[in-house]
Design a protein around this ligand. Structure first.
Ligand code: NAP
Length: 238
């Protein structure tokens, strides 16, 4: 069972929920974690706040009970503030959920993966890590994720564990809608800069995640894949 079990954090909505539904369809046993329970999800669910170190106990319980050898560390929050406005509290909270909780989660699951001699870890970065004005805390956390991914890849490679990062562009989720609501000038201007001229869907990120989770992706590690409609390539110069 352990070899086919995947833990997905941030599973209650958006990209994480799409990943959970897709992973279940592909035959994985899915364990989800978020503060609220997703609707229409049949897998195991654990309620925990990844902004609080008490979540480490829940992560250890998941490791002991389900022995997942696959992980998608997807949970994340965005805070909208530039350098003049970002507060210490917001900065710390964003780094805690988006970065430190990924460390906690890998710390909990790595022993299981080492015992199995196999593991797949997927982290969530962002196109915004390349630079996005007004998102000091968020972009700092997501840029750090790419460094963490590369270092984890080196440390875990001897145990047959791959670690890769997905860096979405603008994806139509609650997070994005809260930040840049439908019809807002900022959203329309961003879509205009995307070479594919649209936002992405959560399922398009889930599709890419399934590749990194698969057995066949065993020779790919330490990489960051931008799934962004071409924005990281062509949209930066516009
Ligand atoms: P979303 O719709 O806001 O969903 C975020 C998920 O994270 C929810 O399930 C939420 O569940 C969970 N979460 C947030 N804070 C948490 C906490 N303290 N403890 C446990 N779970 C927590 O966001 P999304 O758009 O799907 O984003 C998913 C990931 O993709 C994030 O890492 C985000 O940075 C990244 N991303 C998104 C976009 C985009 O355009 N949407 C672009 C680039 C990268 P609860 O609230 O129930 O806890």
């Amino acid at each position: 069972m352990g070899r086919e079990t995947v833990l997905i954090t941030g599973v209650s909505r958006g990209i994480g929920k799409a990943m959970a539904l897709r992973a279940a369809r592909e035959g994985y046993e899915v364990v989800g974690l978020s503060r609220s329970r997703p609707d229409g999800f049949d897998g195991h669910h654990y309620a925990a706040d990844l902004g609080d170190s008490a979540a480490k106990e829940v992560l250890n319980e998941i490791a002991a009970t389900h022995r997942p050898t696959r992980l998608i560390a997807n949970a994340g929050i965005v805070t909208v503030a530039g350098i003049d406005d970002v507060s210490d509290d917001d900065f710390e909270a964003t780094l805690r959920v988006n970065l430190q909780s990924v460390v906690w989660t890998v710390q909990a699951l790595a022993p299981v993966m080492r015992q199995e001699g196999f593991g797949r870890v997927v982290t969530l970065g962002s196109r915004a890590a390349l630079g996005k004005a007004g998102r000091i805390a968020y972009t700092s956390s997501k840029a750090a994720i790419t460094g963490l991914t590369r270092t984890l890849a080196l440390e875990l490679a001897p145990s047959g564990i791959t670690v890769n990062c997905l860096a979405p562009g603008p994806i139509d989720t609650e997070m994005f809608a809260t930040d840049q609501p439908p019809g807002s000038p900022a959203r329309e201007a961003l879509i205009a800069r995307v070479p594919l001229h649209r936002m992405g869907t959560p399922d398009e990120i889930a599709h890419a995640a399934m590749h990194f989770l698969s057995e066949g992706a065993g020779y790919t590690t330490g990489q960051t894949l931008h799934v962004c409609g071409g924005l990281s390539v062509g949209g930066m110069s516009a």
